[in-house]
Design a protein around this ligand. Structure first.
Ligand code: SF4
Ligand code: ZN
Ligand code: ZN
Length: 287
């Protein structure tokens, strides 16, 4: 099978097109660049590395595109999984010539061990620490590894839970609000599916951990993602169309969210005390 853009052998395909390594990389990086250009992203960007394939892909592509990046990793202290995640992040940073900053969740008095709602606590902690790291390191943006499959799964999960008034996170870019110490968020992989990201890491031999977090089986979204991929296999482009629709719906809702600063830590919050500080207090009481 030949590449659709040259006469080299094709090694992968996407949306019915066949690609050699060079042309797949061009296509893939072009999709990332379209997000960067659309939102005029320019300046220092914190890149959240989890150790998994998606955030490794983000870092690799942003590096190649010449963006100013500051990579960091949040150590969740989950036996075995956290160690292999950290090692993968280190390898990636070493190979590209960056220093990796590591934030330890335990330094905030939070442990996921024996935590009933590990994913919920973990999600809140990661969102908080990403924003705080970017703020403290004078970054204009924080980039995450959410890809098209994640974005659509997240939105479908919100719909499945009748959570329409809290219908956020469906766009590739969320503006920051300096007065609340809220840093702008960007999802450079917004237009790229799970399998395309997998192809990118394997074609470019990018280090990542294959280990899966032991809590992942509790996540309610896994079934939704499997179901979406089944539909996508039958009708290519469905996920992309869904993502575009969710983005439009979010724009239409235009709900005013009342943001303020947490009275304990000073970072953005929807209530008097932010969710992260509430978790810290709860964990303090139990330690
Ligand atoms: Fe955190 Fe849950 Fe993801 Fe594990 S599966 S990293 S606990 S959100
Ligand atoms: Zn080619
Ligand atoms: Zn707080």
């Amino acid at each position: 099978m030949e590449c659709d853009y040259c006469n080299k052998e094709a090694i992968t395909s996407s949306y019915g097109k066949n690609y050699c390594k060079e042309h797949f990389n061009m296509y893939f990086r072009g999709r990332v660049k379209s997000v960067i250009d659309k939102f005029h992203i320019k300046g220092r960007m914190a890149v959240a590395l989890s150790g998994g394939k998606d955030s490794a892909t983000v870092m690799h592509v942003l590096h190649i595109l010449g963006m100013e990046i500051v990579p960091f990793h949040i150590n969740l202290d989950i036996p075995s999984y956290s160690k292999s995640s950290r090692e993968a992040c280190r390898q990636l940073c070493d190979s590209l010539g960056y220093k990796l900053e590591v934030i330890n969740l335990r330094n905030y008095g939070i442990s996921l061990e024996n935590e009933e709602k590990a994913c919920s606590v973990c999600g809140t902690a990661k969102r908080y620490l990403m924003n705080r790291f970017a703020y403290e390191n004078e970054c204009k943006y924080v980039a995450t590894g959410h890809n098209l499959s994640d974005v659509v799964t997240f939105a479908m999960n919100n719909l499945a839970n009748a959570n329409i008034m809290n219908f956020r996170g469906n766009k590739p870019y969320l503006e920051g609000k300096e007065e609340y110490r809220m840093i702008a968020k960007i999802k450079p992989l917004f237009y790229l599916k799970d399998d395309e990201c997998m192809n990118y890491v394997s074609i470019n031999k990018i280090p990542y951990t294959k280990e899966i977090c032991p809590h992942q089986k509790e996540a309610p979204t896994i079934k939704i993602k499997e179901w979406l991929h089944e539909i996508e296999e039958k009708r290519n482009g469905t996920m992309l169309n869904m993502a575009k629709s969710f983005w439009k719906i979010e724009d239409m809702i235009k709900e005013e969210v009342k943001l303020r600063r947490c009275s304990i830590c000073g970072y953005p919050s929807y209530g008097k005390i932010c969710k992260f500080c509430k978790i810290r207090k709860k964990h303090e009481n139990f330690s």
